[in-house]
Design a protein around this ligand. Structure first.
Ligand code: GLU
Length: 477
């Protein structure tokens, strides 16, 4: 460390001589300041904060680059795609990393890196409605795209070329959830979004599907501010991306974030039924034992473990959560879990964590809503849940009632709402669906047990679903 300081002084001195490092060489400046500033956007495919801290594909990739440079990463967020490029233009960030497609218009203005992923623009519609099969079918439909997106540009080009009748609405924002919601609710007919964005959110909107692809594959790239000062940074970024492409780290990261289907494969009651027969008997006694220790209903603990890992004690996710109860490293440490892959320890850690959440909620939230809210906090962190409750109250709902809070959770993904909260953007829709899924599994497990103890009684599983769950669409993760 000692020898770094004189080096910094020399760099700073030479920067002054050259009238400002930012104008002479951005890479040197980053190294001298020991800080890489990356502008991104909040969305499930790019960057967000969850209970384990900063997460998302773009965050993780930028973190690898910052580590490679040996500097700190500072992630900034813009609220729209236009905002990202405005920041670059003003040189307020060194890199824009936000699931951005390579387009001619953008590359005429900004330098960019080599591609590190590929995207296919998808035309999304709601099943049950007429499925458009090509551009001609889009002319009298209501289309939505993100304002400033590559898809908006594509539509402009198509309109100018041969489809003058094509119209669309450009929605200002940074998260494509808004678009999917519009199509899901029937507010719009079609959304155009990237393949990875749809893949990641499809399970939350099971009625939506791909109609066709709007054009060819696009490259995903980082963009840099304009000017010669950024040339060495671009070169360094390309060298880094080429290295992690060659050594397999990039493929692994892509796989972890976009490639796997473990989340989607949890869907489906037939899989659940199969696991109740095949896997549950192996872990039932262990789950029961821990439930007794922590005074929990064992069906609830079993339902959480199923939602978390499919009762797989060796489950691992890209965000570093592991084990039967998918605990993060810090949570496991806090809960005294030494080996997260040991199912007994994992179940104990999860049970303790849930009880902890339940205890920390305000005293005036009654059961069973208290448990549902504790589960939401278990998934997204207590701070974000408290934001959702405050938002619920402000919007005239009751912050003590789960169904009211659940309705407001997805708003934590919308700028006009999360910009008014204390802890900002959060994957609220996912947290709501996490809780609803557990309630669904919980009811089925209770029903199974009841029907087994009363063999003569014809029982209808629907009778055991809580009213709220029965009336809600099954939100599958
Ligand atoms: N890849 C898109 C772009 O660069 C943003 C994401 C989307 O609109 O689906 O504009």
């Amino acid at each position: 460390m000692m020898c770094l300081r004189p080096l910094c002084l020399i760099l700073l001195a030479s920067c002054t001589v050259l009238a400002g490092c930012s104008r002479s060489d951005a890479l040197q400046q980053i190294l001298a300041d020991s800080e890489l500033v990356v502008v991104s956007r909040n969305s499930p495919t790019t960057y967000y904060l969850d209970k384990s801290g900063a997460a998302g594909f773009e965050h993780d990739l930028a973190q690898l680059f910052a580590d490679d440079l040996g500097v700190e990463l500072q992630m900034d967020t813009a609220y729209s795609l236009g905002g990202i490029f405005r920041r670059l233009n003003r040189k307020e960030a060194h890199i824009a990393a936000a699931g951005l497609s390579l387009t001619n218009a953008r590359s005429a203005q900004f330098a960019h890196s080599m591609p590190y992923a590929n995207l296919i623009p998808r035309v999304i519609y709601r099943t049950g409605k007429r499925k458009p099969s090509g551009l001609d079918d889009l002319q009298d439909l209501q289309l939505v795209v993100l304002a400033g997106s590559s898809h908006e540009q594509t539509l402009q080009d198509l309109q100018a070329a041969a489809w003058p009748e094509l119209t669309w609405e450009s929605v200002r924002g940074a998260d494509t959830m808004e678009l999917l919601e519009r199509v899901d609710s029937g507010d719009a007919d079609i959304a155009v979004i990237d393949s990875n964005e749809f893949r990641m959110q499809h399970s939350l909107y099971s009625r939506l599907d791909v109609a066709f692809n709007l054009g060819d594959e696009q490259d995903m790239v980082w963009y840099f501010p304009p000017g010669r000062a950024y040339t060495t940074l671009v070169e360094r970024a390309d060298a880094f991306l080429a290295t992690i492409l060659a050594d397999g780290r990039l493929t692994k990261l892509r796989e972890e974030h976009f490639g796997h289907n473990t989340v989607l494969s949890r869907v489906g009651s037939h899989v659940f039924a199969r696991n109740i027969r095949g896997k549950l008997p192996v872990y039932r006694d262990l789950i029961r034992q821990v439930a007794v220790e922590y005074k929990l209903d064992w069906h609830l603990l079993a339902a959480i473990a199923y939602q978390e890992s499919h009762w797989d004690p060796e489950a691992t996710s890209h965000t570093g959560v592991r084990g039967m109860m998918m605990l993060t490293g810090p949570t496991a440490r806090e809960m005294g879990v030494k080996d997260r892959l040991d199912p007994l320890q994992s179940l104990r850690g999860g049970a303790r964590y849930l009880k902890d959440m339940r205890r920390r909620l305000p005293a005036d939230i009654a059961e069973p809503d208290r448990t549902w809210m504790a589960l939401a906090a278990y998934n997204m962190g207590l701070a974000h849940l408290e934001d959702a409750r405050a938002l619920t109250e402000r919007r005239g709902g009751d912050p003590h009632v789960w169904s009211d809070v659940m309705e407001n959770l997805p708003l934590l993904q919308k700028r006009e709402h999360y910009s008014t909260t204390r802890y900002g953007y959060a994957r609220g829709r996912q947290a709501a669906s996490f809780v609803q899924n557990i309630r669904h599994y919980y009811s089925i497990l209770q029903w199974k047990d009841m029907s087994a103890s009363q063999p003569g009684q014809p029982l209808n599983p629907l009778d055991f679903l809580p009213e709220a769950v029965r009336n809600e669409r099954f939100l599958a993760l």
